[in-house]
Design a binder for this molecule. Structure first.
Ligand code: B4P
Length: 191
């Protein structure tokens, strides 16, 4: 299992678990959120554009995000696999990812959905705001991010379920336990 997508609502732990899985599987974790934030920090044009959407809790437009992922997946370190954290998030991004994989003659091995209830998600993100001061972790923006997730990303669960790729893992509980659950779901092929 080396070509994976992590799906889940904001704060489910995609970023947290993607880095852990990347270490276990010796493949890079690719986080669209981290790439946007790095661009914001460097003051690039992409960063200026992305910040406007991120601070409002909206998704960055598909054309921009797809182009960015296309460049990243063309780099040599992803030849042996990758963990996509936070991409795809829309049906357009699913189509674009399908096209990129077809062009490289590869396919996804699994899509793992990490679940957690809404109150716990808000609690985690508000706590992260206190520590990291991320500008999109205010309560109003978090609620908007949850709304956008339900509207645009939650439907992808059915898409990947119908392709037989979906595994679902409970994201509640200690971070180490969630990692164990993820590894077990990948090994057994069951969630
Ligand atoms: P992301 O950076 O992907 O942010 P996220 O969904 O909030 O975080 P994640 O689920 O990874 O949570 P994390 O592990 O950090 O996206 C931010 C924004 O970027 C989006 O809103 C959008 O604007 C833009 N964007 C990104 N991708 C895009 C795309 N494809 N298309 C368009 N726009 C895109 O965990 C959260 C917190 O919980 C952390 O503080 C962590 O320490 C804690 N935590 C994790 N697991 C825990 C556990 N088991 N118990 C307790 N706390 C836990």
């Amino acid at each position: 299992m080396t070509r994976l997508v992590l799906l889940g609502p904001p704060g489910a732990g995609k970023g947290t678990q993607a880095s852990r899985l990347a270490e276990h599987l010796s493949v890079p974790a690719i986080s669209t959120g981290d790439i946007f934030r790095a661009n914001v920090a460097q003051g690039t044009d992409l960063g200026t554009l992305a910040k406007e959407y991120m601070d409002a809790g909206k998704y960055v437009p598909d054309t921009v995000t797809n182009g960015m992922v296309r460049s990243r997946l063309a780099e040599p370190d992803v030849e042996g696999g990758f963990i996509l954290d936070g991409y795809p998030r829309t049906t357009d991004q699913v189509r674009e990812l399908d096209a990129m994989l077809a062009e490289s003659g590869t396919q996804l091995d699994a899509v793992v959905q990490i679940t957690a209830d809404s109150d716990e998600l808000v609690r985690r993100l508000v706590q992260r705001a206190a520590i990291q001061g991320r500008s999109d972790d205010t309560e109003d923006v978090i609620r908007e991010r949850q709304r956008v997730y339900l509207e645009q990303t939650a439907p992808l669960v059915d898409v990947y379920q119908s392709r037989g790729l979906l595994r679902t893992v409970d994201g509640l509980g200690p971070i180490d336990e969630v990692t164990e659950r993820l590894l077990a779901a990948l090994e057994t092929g069951r969630s």
